[in-house]
Design a binder for this molecule. Structure first.
Ligand code: IMP
Length: 187
């Protein structure tokens, strides 16, 4: 799963591949097939949490063969560049009501679980038929609240990851794979 990768995207940080592009593509297809089987009855809304999930969403929707709509929420979590504080603010809300719909959150990563806990509670107040979570990545080592992830891509170790939509200070979202970054040692 890991190989050292002299990368054209790298600046001063060193990137190591954690999950390769073809592994992601294979797993996304499997998740899409599972979701298609489970939501035959329709009224499915994929709710993407920006910005990190944009690439996962774009690939995932193309593997789902039941009718669906897509909507977006944008959130800001307060904290440092790599740690969330659990204080979440919705900075852009849905464009349509989800009452009476099957809501499926599409997330890039569940880390502490605080963002998803907040958003699931928030969406439940809008009376959807049900709410489930699809997350590409899960970092269980940092769990602060229990999160039931109904469709999970990969469980990863406690490392800060970038690529495939995920950023470090807004950089690296365009990497086609998931990598870990290490700062170059000084000098
Ligand atoms: P949580 O609330 O701690 O579960 O964190 C959720 C959000 O933090 C994710 O949607 C990401 O935007 C961000 N995040 C957590 N871990 C990472 C990481 O390893 N790389 C990039 N972003 C991360």
């Amino acid at each position: 799963m890991r190989d050292s990768n002299p990368d054209p995207f790298a600046s001063k940080e060193r990137l190591t591949t954690l999950i390769a592009q073809d592994e992601i593509a294979r797993r996304v297809r499997e998740l899409g097939a599972e979701i298609s089987r489970d939501y035959r009855e329709g009224d499915l809304v994929l709710l993407s949490v920006l910005k990190g999930s944009f690439m996962f969403l774009a690939d995932l929707v193309r593997t789902i063969d039941v009718p669906l709509t897509v909507d977006f929420m944008r959130v800001r979590s307060y904290g440092s560049r790599t740690e969330t504080s659990g204080v979440v603010e919705i900075t852009a809300d849905l464009t349509a009501p989800v009452q009476g719909k099957h809501v499926l959150f599409v997330e890039d990563i569940v880390d502490t679980g605080l963002t998803m806990a907040y958003l699931v509670d928030n969406i439940r107040t809008r009376r959807p038929l049900d709410v489930r979570i699809c997350s590409l990545l899960h970092k269980p080592a940092r769990k602060l609240v229990e999160t039931r992830i109904d469709y999970l891509g990969f469980t990863i170790p406690d490392r800060f990851v970038v690529g495939y939509g995920l950023d470090y200070g807004e950089k690296f979202r365009n990497l086609p794979y998931i990598g870990t970054i290490e700062d170059e040692p000084p000098g």
